[in-house]
Design a protein around this ligand. Structure first.
Ligand code: NDP
Ligand code: 2IT
Length: 450
């Protein structure tokens, strides 16, 4: 395939660097597959898969506790529905813009395909910053957001969930408002509370799934987590449950972070310390710095303005799990990890590693797993929540965990098998991109030019 298609896609969406980054990565991996399949080329699948089926943007006015009227922007990017209803999270963060949501929605197409469940790709959110807002403010904002979003989603159409800044509290307010507007109790959102249609294990699923995936990666080298020191960034949903599963497998998480800085605990974060982090972030909504105030074995490093690398990634360890946000690992960080003998980096966040850093890690002999494979456990368990909702079922914790474990094992094996088949032996990124692409491309071929 000529680069003309890629150039057209990028030119059609100028000033969207994150979206360009995500599209280019997939393109470079599937280029040859498209050459080998004239149908994909003749039906212009790549250009079509890169153009959202629909983008909705809307005004979200809300009143703060002082009585001021604020305005934020809401979005939903309905990217691809070839294999199922649009599915993907909502992000509330001041950095949210169309480029970020298009990259996330694009990644979600392939991730969802890899789970083996019938889910299309979507993403949404707002530039609203929940930090420092009262519960009442979050509720008023969220209700206003749903007043518009409700017109565009549905349990067979588009099923949002959480992402950065959207957890159980926000899903509750969103679900309540949707139910009021439509007078209908259906599984239109996932990540719901257990008493009102949620699935066991969904809160844990992304972090657990990430570590299940890493267990498979380590096993290919005859290795286990036992005694391995692990760098984790973030301290939210994904980071917390990744740490929980690392600890359960005998590994030792030694770092956690937020957007202000990171903590390094040389003695390791054990189960009791992790409970402190969960309480700090989920109940008190505090900052990770407070961990170092509580535990003398830990040091706190504030983010330095203008720093070109993040010192979290230069701490000596065997495994690394970026679980905060996009482009948080750059070439300098990658070089530090290679020098320190990190053997594995698996992404809990979406696109946390820059393209240059990925190349460097792969060349440096670090096993690298892309988020669309290694963090797929969250959306996979959302898919399981949908199945339970459609059928009025409630599965046990063991049932869901077992299904999640199997899904992660299958994704791991699919990545490796597909990579080998297309000449990218051992390259999880290429395997994930190609396998996800083929599944959706075949559905698009079957469904006609839409
Ligand atoms: P949370 O909101 O629970 O936690 C996000 C964490 O990342 C917080 O510690 C936050 O710190 C930190 N963070 C956010 N933005 C930045 C930034 N710009 N720089 C540094 N740190 C930052 O979100 P999740 O844990 O749910 O999501 C984390 C990542 O995992 C995201 O990339 C998300 O897309 C991805 N993901 C999430 C899934 C899920 O099921 N929740 C599924 C698959 C992927 P602070 O408190 O300072 O903002
Ligand atoms: O990035 C992701 O996969 C998520 N935020 C979870 C999406 C979902 O629908 O559960």
């Amino acid at each position: 395939m000529s680069r003309e298609v890629l150039d057209r896609i990028l030119q059609r969406s100028p000033h969207e660097p994150e979206f360009h980054q995500a599209v280019e990565e997939v393109y470079l991996n599937v280029e040859k597959v498209i050459e080998q399949n004239p149908q994909y080329k003749n039906l212009n699948i790549f250009e079509r898969i890169s153009e959202p089926e629909r983008i909705i943007t809307f005004r979200v006015p809300w009143m703060d506790d002082q009585g001021n009227i604020n305005v934020n922007r809401g979005y939903r990017v309905q990217m691809n529905s070839a294999i199922g209803p649009y599915k993907g999270g909502l992000r509330f963060h001041p950095t949210v813009n169309l480029s970020v949501l298009k990259f996330l929605a694009f990644e979600q197409i392939f991730k969802n395909a890899l789970t083996g469940l019938p889910m299309g790709g979507g993403k949404g959110g707002s530039d609203f910053d929940p930090k420092g807002k009262s519960d009442a403010e979050v509720m008023r904002f969220t209700q206003s957001f749903m007043q518009e979003l409700a017109k565009h989603i549905g349990h067979r159409t588009d099923v949002p969930a959480g992402d950065i800044g959207v957890g159980g509290r926000e899903i509750g307010y969103l679900f309540g408002m949707y139910k009021k507007i439509n007078n209908e109790f259906v599984g239109v959102l996932t990540g719901k509370g257990l008493g009102w249609g949620g699935s066991l294990i969904r809160p844990e699923a992304t972090g657990y799934g990430l570590i299940y995936f890493a267990i498979e990666m380590l096993a290919t080298k005859g290795q286990k987590f036992e005694g391995k020191r692990c760098l984790v960034s973030g301290s939210g949903n994904v980071a917390q449950f990744a740490m929980e599963k690392i600890i359960a497998n005998g590994g030792i998480p030694v770092t956690a972070s937020d957007s202000s800085g990171f903590i390094y605990d040389k003695d390791g974060i054990d189960a009791e310390k992790l409970e402190f982090i969960k309480e700090l972030k989920e109940v008190k909504r505090g900052r990770i710095k407070e961990y170092a105030d509580k535990y003398p074995s830990a040091e706190y490093h504030a983010v330095e303005k203008g720093a070109t690398s993040n010192p979290l990634w230069s701490i000596k360890a065997e495994c690394a799990f970026p679980c905060a946000t996009q482009n948080e690992v750059n070439v300098e960080d990658a070089q530090h990890m290679i020098d320190n003998g990190v053997m594995l980096l698996a992404e809990g966040a979406n696109m946390p590693t820059t393209p240059e850093a990925i190349t460097m890690l792969q060349k440096g002999g670090v096993m690298y797993a892309p988020g669309k494979a290694s963090n797929a456990g969250g959306v996979a368990t959302s898919g399981l929540e949908m199945v339970q909702n459609y059928n009025g079922l409630y599965w046990t914790r063991e049932d869901v965990d077992e299904k999640l474990r199997n899904i992660m094992r299958n994704i791991h094996d699919t990545c490796l098998k597909t990579a080998a088949k297309y000449g990218f032996e051992g390259d999880y990124m290429a395997g994930a991109n190609i396998a996800g692409f083929i599944k959706v491309a075949d559905a698009m071929v079957a469904e006609g030019i839409l």
